[in-house]
Design a protein around this ligand. Structure first.
Ligand SMILES: Nc1nc2c(c(=O)[nH]1)N[C@H]1C(S)=C(S)[C@@H](COP(=O)(O)O)O[C@H]1N2
Ligand SMILES: [Mo]
Length: 196
């Protein structure tokens, strides 16, 4: 690798992060294994005119496309050049009419795990609900069947085993945020923890 290529890669790595080639598995609690997708749904609720629920079949019929990104975990690993397939958040939002007070989002996963982020970050064109990573269906460990991916924030905001999207007027801490992680989590600003 020449120096310019090396520098170009290095410019994609936020401060305090180290590149990994693997795909570490990180979460609180146990991995979910589904055997009956007829019981799975994704519920869109909170400050919406009408709640929307996607069954697994409905969800899988939504338009999917490829996304490429770099991901940055707060525990200091970064993984470049991920190739995903998923549903753009903008595609989901075609089915949802937000109330004007909606400013924040809570992503709800299985086991009551959740994470918060501002609405505008959720709505970025780089945010999506992923079903495949590097050509493979998500494994149970990585959030099968559907995980959020919000690549411009630390990877803890990318909820695995996603089951709900809740729109809120005010920010509210999710699971790790209640346990000292930063409310926003910008990797370029090293917004890791919020202890004072
Ligand atoms: N449902 C759920 N999603 C989660 C977590 C979790 O504990 N539960 N952990 C987050 C954290 S801290 C990270 S770093 C990433 C890790 O995703 P990976 O295991 O696919 O690498 O998932 C995020 N999504
Ligand atoms: Mo993490």
């Amino acid at each position: 690798m020449d120096d310019r290529t090396k520098q170009a890669l290095q410019d994609r790595v936020p401060p305090g992060q180290t590149l990994t080639e693997g795909f570490p598995v990180l979460h609180y609690g146990s991995v979910l294994y589904y055997n009956d997708m007829s019981k799975w749904d994704l519920r869109i609720a909170g400050l919406v005119e009408d709640e929307v629920t996607f069954s697994y079949k409905d969800f899988m019929a939504l338009p999917m496309r490829e996304f490429r990104n770099d991901i940055h975990c707060v525990t200091t690993w970064s993984k470049l050049d991920n190739v995903w397939e998923g549903v753009a958040v903008s595609e989901i939002m075609k089915h949802v009419k937000l109330k004007p007070e909606a400013q924040y989002v809570m992503l709800h996963a299985e086991h009551g795990w959740n994470t918060n982020l501002p609405l505008e970050d959720f709505l970025r064109e780089t945010s999506f609900l992923g079903i495949r990573h590097n050509g493979q269906l998500l494994t149970p460990e990585h959030g099968y069947p559907v995980r959020a991916v919000v690549p411009h924030l630390y990877f803890w905001k990318s909820a695995k085993w996603l089951r709900g999207i809740e729109f809120m007027a005010k920010d509210k801490p999710g699971f790790w945020e209640r346990n000292g992680y930063h409310m926003y989590g910008d990797p370029w600003l090293e917004q890791r923890y919020d202890f004072d």
